[in-house]
Ligand binder design. Structure first.
Ligand SMILES: NC(=O)c1ccc[n+]([C@@H]2O[C@H](COP(=O)([O-])OP(=O)(O)OC[C@H]3O[C@@H](n4cnc5c(N)ncnc54)[C@H](OP(=O)(O)O)[C@@H]3O)[C@@H](O)[C@H]2O)c1
Length: 310
């Protein structure tokens, strides 16, 4: 792995759940950061540190190309996406434009300009029936069951065809704070529980969740390294959404679900699943362990750590 010297980074989608953490972590490392996103004002906060920001609709061809030529980043980190599966189902053309068309444009430009390109993808490119208990490896064929997964897989393909030196990081379900915004797996569960809303969560749907701040830190280390192609960066443990919900309850100081009555475990069969949800998209991330300098935490490590994101 290379040393993390200061670099000039363009973070696309740097206002999103993941992108904002990438920008904060990059600012802490003294990188020069330019954030390009559509709604910089929606989340209110200015970018941290020395980060600069521009508002762009990245779905429009030509928008980021001029910016890249002008800013001449060492790296482009693409966190921009239509990342909500329900929105992808209702707007499949937009999903294709943002999740596949944008990566296509970025790959061509990064290749012709010799710029490092790190693109974020998802475990939802898989169909949910992993070929082994340890989960999906990079070499396993992807076969998405949703419009979101299909558009993201197309993005992966176009990145690697257009820029073979690029890195596509496939991330798992991301969780983060339980106090602030309702973003991410733990935030959305916590926000509902704090409103006293009871939740039904799947007991038989599995992911390898990762703390969003650790994902951001790993992305920056990988950007500074030489990895290329596909890389899975999932958490070290496969758990159900219901078990993640129990950890969020404990993080909020509610020790017993039975007494709270707030969480209900349901099976996939009990609910009408639309859009299609894969059963088990756990990622086997053994290759990433050699590329990242720190140990990725389990949800227990993070959510039960004293004061985590409260
Ligand atoms: N969250 C997860 O659990 C998870 C899991 C696996 C993989 N991922 C991947 O991680 C990446 C980031 O996801 P996220 O959860 O951080 O999503 P997010 O919170 O929805 O952020 C997406 C970012 O992209 C920007 N964006 C979308 N369309 C745009 C457009 N047309 N022009 C300019 N900016 C645009 C958004 O800006 P606006 O807010 O202004 O629209 C936002 O900054 C995605 O590639 C996603 O597939 C996420």
């Amino acid at each position: 792995m290379n040393e993390l010297g200061p670099r000039r980074l363009l973070v696309l989608g740097g206002t999103g759940f993941l992108g904002a953490r990438v920008v904060s972590a990059a600012a802490e490392l003294q990188h020069e950061v330019l954030v390009a996103s559509r709604g910089l004002n929606e989340r209110g906060a200015p970018p941290p540190g020395r980060a600069q920001a521009v508002v762009l609709d990245l779905s429009e061809a030509g928008t980021c190309e001029d910016l890249i030529i002008e800013f001449r980043p060492h790296s482009i980190i693409n966190c921009a996406a239509l990342a909500r599966p329900d929105l992808c189902e209702s707007s499949p053309e937009l999903a294709q434009t943002v999740n596949a068309g944008l990566p296509d444009r970025l790959a061509r430009l990064a290749f012709s300009e010799g710029i490092r390109l790190v693109h974020v993808s998802t475990d939802l490119v898989f169909d949910g029936e992993p070929p082994r208990p340890s989960g999906y490896r990079e070499s396993d064929p992807a076969s998405p069951v949703s419009t979101y997964g299909l558009s993201k897989l197309e993005g992966d393909r176009r990145i690697l065809e257009g820029c073979p030196s690029a890195l596509v990081v496939r991330l798992p379900l991301l969780y983060g704070g339980t106090s602030g915004e309702a973003d991410g797996a733990s935030g959305s569960i916590a926000a509902a529980l704090k409103r006293g809303k009871s939740l039904s969560l799947f007991t038989d749907e599995y992911r390898t969740p990762l703390d969003v701040s650790e994902a951001a830190r790993a992305m920056l280390e990988l950007d500074a390294g030489e990895a290329r192609g596909l890389l899975h960066v999932g958490g070290p443990r496969s758990i159900s959404r219901f078990d993640l919900g129990l950890l969020v309850l404990r993080n909020l100081g509610i020790e017993s679900d039975e007494s709270s009555g707030l969480l209900h475990g349901v099976t996939r069969q009990e609910l009408d699943l639309k859009p299609q949800r894969p059963r088990d998209v756990s990622l086997d991330s053994r290759l990433a362990r050699d590329q990242v300098s720190f140990r990725l935490s389990t949800p227990e490590d993070r959510l039960l750590a004293p004061g985590f994101n409260k």
